[in-house]
Design a protein around this ligand. Structure first.
Ligand code: GTP
Ligand code: MG
Length: 452
């Protein structure tokens, strides 16, 4: 129910310096009075108090209470944050007290949903809250933060206003052609303004497509023929012996994931079984799984044995991974080179690196190449920061409507053009949530976690 007072932990479960519980709704202040010794709650004034069990009078914790009076709170309702010591039993005890005295558990994303429904933020901003929490890299964090502070929303609003003006001018022109300036000027002016708005929207979509690769933690998979030194390289990358290596081809049977901390991003590196004609059912299963992981990854490190004459197996993996973002590694470069490097240089790749997992040569370069892939130095500059596929799908439709509007103007159908402009406006309003349905909102907020 909309008017209920809701409560939920705002910090992840576990032990730490503090855990925060959030309460929002008309009863929040009176609930805090019930479970604490606080006499007076004042907007934005933090108070150190005792949480006291209302029936047994036991002291539960010493806590910091931070009240916000409606409408000047995150949700636009009365809201209180209780900062407890970070212990999961404590959080549960206090939540239980709140639930026993009138609050109910918040649903996923319910605080943000209330903020949206009470006009504190628009839908683009609400979705960016979820993206900030889920971001797997600094690049995505920065992008989502731009959306959160409303940069995208403001520009979308401006675009809508301009479209509205254009539509109004067109409609006046349709009804009273004689009152407008010379028709040719009006139409061509409107047309060029529509086209520039269209490219603004398209640029935002392109920016999203380029950047969304950095949304979640990066995944890099080491692949290649058996015995090329994939596992040895993974060990060299993490700096200790994490996986078994041996001169025998087919040593690695399962894939193994490790986390690499790349400064601005967490990257999962995955060692996989060598790709070849499997000799046993177990190996076949392992290779199947490896291919699945390979398909889910953002980047491949294709490891080749530099000391071995390239054969069919090598050619096959080079061809098979041609369409993927990949770093080609010539490993075992401490041994005599049996490869024609020219041939490799002609192959499509992100980088070509020579390494020796034994001496450590080139391992630093490989690590740097992986990090650079996940932490781009030149992030595309966009005016509107879209953070979700939903927003882009609507924006693409809006750009399509604008394209049609311009075409109609070209063919002299001003009324059809005006209708397309209205359609584009409606689509943009869906992005920011001026128009929304219960169903759409339910889907969006279900992806949030509880307490947000
Ligand atoms: N000289 C030399 N030997 C290496 C190098 N890297 C790996 N080796 C050796 O090559 C053999 C195979 O290494 P692994 O790391 O097990 O190779 P892999 O690609 O994981 O092999 P599979 O798991 O069987 O597909 C081992 O005996 C390693 O010691 C290197 O850079 N130089
Ligand atoms: Mg291996």
């Amino acid at each position: 129910m909309k008017g209920d007072t809701i409560a939920a932990p705002a910090t992840p479960p576990g032990r730490g310096a503090v855990s925060v519980i959030k309460i929002s709704g008309a009863e929040s202040f009176s609930l805090v009075h019930k479970i604490s010794d606080v006499k007076h709650l004042e907007h934005r004034r933090a108070i150190l108090c005792r949480i006291i069990h209302p029936e047994t009078k036991d002291v539960v914790d010493q806590a910091l209470v931070l009240p916000f009076k409606a409408p000047h709170s995150q949700t636009g309702e009365d809201l209180v944050e209780i900062h407890l010591h970070g212990n999961p039993f404590l959080v549960n005890m206090v939540l239980r007290l709140l639930f026993e005295h009138g609050a109910r558990p918040a649903m996923p994303g319910e605080f943000t949903r209330r903020a949206f429904e009470n006009g504190k933020i628009d839908l683009l901003q609400a979705e960016s809250v979820a993206e900030i929490v889920a971001a797997g890299s600094e690049v995505w964090l920065r992008h989502s933060a731009r959306a959160l502070v409303g940069e995208g929303s403001e520009i979308l609003k401006e675009i809508r206003e301009k479209l509205l003006q254009a539509a109004v001018r067109l409609e006046t022109y349709i009804e009273f052609p004689e009152e407008e300036e010379p028709a040719a000027i009006t139409v061509s002016e409107i047309r060029s303004s529509i086209l520039s708005l269209k490219s603004l929207v398209e640029r935002a979509v392109q920016g999203y497509r380029l950047l969304s690769r950095y949304r979640s933690e990066g995944k890099v998979v080491l692949t290649g023929p058996p015995n090329a030194g994939k596992s040895s390289l993974l060990n060299a990358l993490v700096g200790f012996e994490r996986v078994v290596t041996s001169p025998e081809a087919g040593t690695t049977r399962d894939y193994v994931e490790v986390l690499l901390d790349a400064g601005g991003a967490m990257i999962t590196a995955v060692d996989t079984p060598g790709l070849r004609e499997p000799e046993t059912p177990v190996e076949m299963r392992g290779i199947d799984l490896a291919r699945r992981v390979l398909n889910e990854s953002h980047l491949l490190v294709l490891v080749l044995d530099a000391s071995k004459e390239p054969g069919e197996e090598e050619k096959r993996v080079l061809d098979e991974t041609e369409t993927r973002d990949r770093i080609i590694v010539l490993n075992k470069c401490d041994l005599p080179l049996r490869w024609d490097e020219k041939e490799l240089e002609n192959r499509k790749r992100y980088k070509l690196v020579r390494t020796s997992a034994i001496t450590g040569e080139g391992v630093g370069l490989l690590r740097k190449a992986i990090e650079e892939f996940f932490l781009p130095s030149d992030v595309p500059d966009v005016d509107v920061a879209f953070v979700r596929e939903r927003q882009c799908a609507l924006a693409e439709k809006a750009a399509e409507a604008l394209k049609k509007a311009a075409e109609h103007l070209n063919s002299g159908f001003a009324d059809l053009a005006a209708a397309e402009l209205r359609e584009a406006m409606r689509l943009l309003e869906e992005i920011t949530g001026e128009i929304s349905t219960e169903e759409v909102l339910n889907t969006i907020f279900a992806t949030f976690c509880i307490g947000k």
